[in-house]
Design a protein around this ligand. Structure first.
Ligand code: FAD
Length: 439
């Protein structure tokens, strides 16, 4: 499914790497084949190419055109605690009756999403949150520095900005609640400053004075253009000998002598080893191999003000409204919120309009209307952790998907783990929590 968006098309965007275009019906020998040229798949492909493998990266779109295109660009070492926990669960009723709230359900889609939702409920416990945080912090650690290095090596250092990320609150109660949560994260080495209205004003003079409280979260940064970052890394992959293959994967077929045939609408790719990193649609591919995953999607939206007329120097998150306003190459991108509507419903761009309205409340000086809007599919498993590891059924098949709200952040660490597994190295942290067979 191609997501309609009103941002410039691939041809207009700089940094797009050309994809292989085989004659219809042709098949190629893919070597180690990665399906999915989002931020996760591109990181996997690049790490594998660095290890000297012959790698083919398959996608129906140009790199970075799907969920990894329009995110908020936050590179946060502190985002290892699942969002879906006891506090969110308590707020769900309140949010669902607020039409401008951070969460909405498309009720007509409830029958399709209910089984997935029911599997999420038991995972909203404090015990699970602690378990997931312990596993996930290895994926988020050093993410901003890692990207800074990757972007610099790829010749585009301007794509990663290292700076504090701000979170702002209207009430002291919200501030103190988040502060308690940050104290837990501090046990993992997370650093932050508490900010009052004056400190917020010094950092962001154009921020509304309705926010008397804030935090500055340290040790992270932002991607100046997440979609272009994927393209630049894909181009780096290509320079290192990798091949981009453009085609929609229709079926996966296990081969008798080993390997998997990746059947696409542009010809077949014979994968000696296969990595499935197809984001929110990975489960539709894995089931051809007999691996079933309860993969759902938390859809999110963005609104961009190309020329907002306000100065915003940091990414600023309005926690209660669940979005970030991030200064980017494309203007001020305001991205976030969650819509539960499954994989096949059309976007509801009223959700982007709501974000745009909240952005104007946050920065009252924003002039004009949003200049583009977008919807993306976050890939979410019921326990808010990705699958990173081998298939239990099919030798030589690996999974790397389900990174929900933090796929950009976790990309480099995921790529390294996949490269380790393919190479037969032991990853440098415990990945058992991410195993494929846990469902
Ligand atoms: C509004 C919003 C804000 C967000 N903000 C942040 C943030 O600030 N920081 C952060 O870390 N994360 C953020 N996220 C989450 C992040 O964007 C995702 O976790 C991440 O993009 C997932 O990357 P991916 O590579 O797994 O999936 P994708 O980017 O979706 O890539 C999957 C690829 O697989 C391809 N594919 C799928 N099926 C097939 C097929 N059959 N044949 C061929 N190709 C196929 C697709 O075309 C696509 O290119 C945000 C998400 C949203 C929606």
């Amino acid at each position: 499914m191609t997501i309609p968006n009103t941002e410039p098309g691939p041809a207009e965007r700089p940094g797009a790497a050309p994809a292989a275009r085989p004659a219809p019906g042709a098949s190629v020998d893919g070597g180690v084949t990665v399906i999915g040229a989002g931020i996760v798949g591109v990181n996997c492909a690049l790490a594998l190419a660095r290890d000297g493998h012959r790698v083919t990266l398959v996608d129906r779109l140009e790199p970075g055109e799907f969920c990894s295109f329009g995110n908020a660009g936050i590179l946060s070492v502190w985002s290892f605690v699942p969002i879906f926990g006891p506090e969110v669960l308590m707020n769900v009723p309140k949010w669902l009756i607020d039409p401008k709230g951070p969460l909405t359900i498309r009720w007509t889609r409830l029958p399709q999403i209910l089984p997935w939702l029911l599997r999420m409920l038991p995972k909203a416990s404090t015990a699970h949150i602690k378990h997931a945080a312990q596993a996930m912090h290895h994926l988020t650690a050093d993410c901003a520095e890692n990207y800074a290095k990757l972007a610099a090596e790829a010749g585009a250092p301007e794509l990663v900005r290292l700076h504090p990320v701000l979170q702002v609150y209207e009430t002291e109660a919200e501030f103190e609640k988040t502060d308690r949560d940050l104290q837990f994260r501090a046990t993992y080495g997370i650093k932050y400053d508490r900010l009052d209205r004056a400190a917020l004003h010094d950092l962001e003079p154009d921020l509304s004075d309705r926010f008397p409280f804030g935090h500055a979260l340290l040790g992270g940064g932002t991607a100046a253009n997440p979609g272009r970052l994927v393209k630049v890394l894909a181009e780096e992959f290509r320079k290192r000998g990798g091949t981009l293959f453009k085609g929609e994967v229709r079926r996966l077929r296990q081969l008798e002598g080993g390997g998997v045939m990746v059947e696409t609408d542009a010809g077949d790719v014979r994968a000696e080893r296969l990595v499935i990193a197809a984001g929110a649609f990975s489960h539709r591919l894995s089931r051809d191999l007999g691996d079933r995953f309860p993969l759902g999607t938390e859809r999110g939206y963005h609104a961009v003000f190309a020329d907002p007329g306000v100065r915003v120097s940091h990414a600023v998150g309005w926690k209660a409204r669940a979005f970030f306003a991030t200064p980017m190459e494309v203007g001020l991108r305001c991205a976030g919120t969650v819509e539960l509507a499954g994989h096949d419903a059309a976007p509801d761009f009223k959700r982007a309009e709501i974000i745009a309205r909240h952005a104007k409340t946050m920065f009252p000086g924003i002039k004009g209307e949003m200049t583009s809007k977008w919807m993306g599919f976050r890939p979410t498993l019921p326990d808010s952790m990705p699958v990173i590891g081998p298939s239990d059924r099919v030798p030589g098949v690996y999974y790397a998907f389900g990174h929900q709200h933090v796929g950009l952040i976790c990309g480099p660490a995921t790529g390294r783990v996949i490269a380790d597994l393919v190479q037969g190295r032991v990853p440098n942290f415990d990945i058992s929590a991410f195993r494929a067979g846990r469902f």
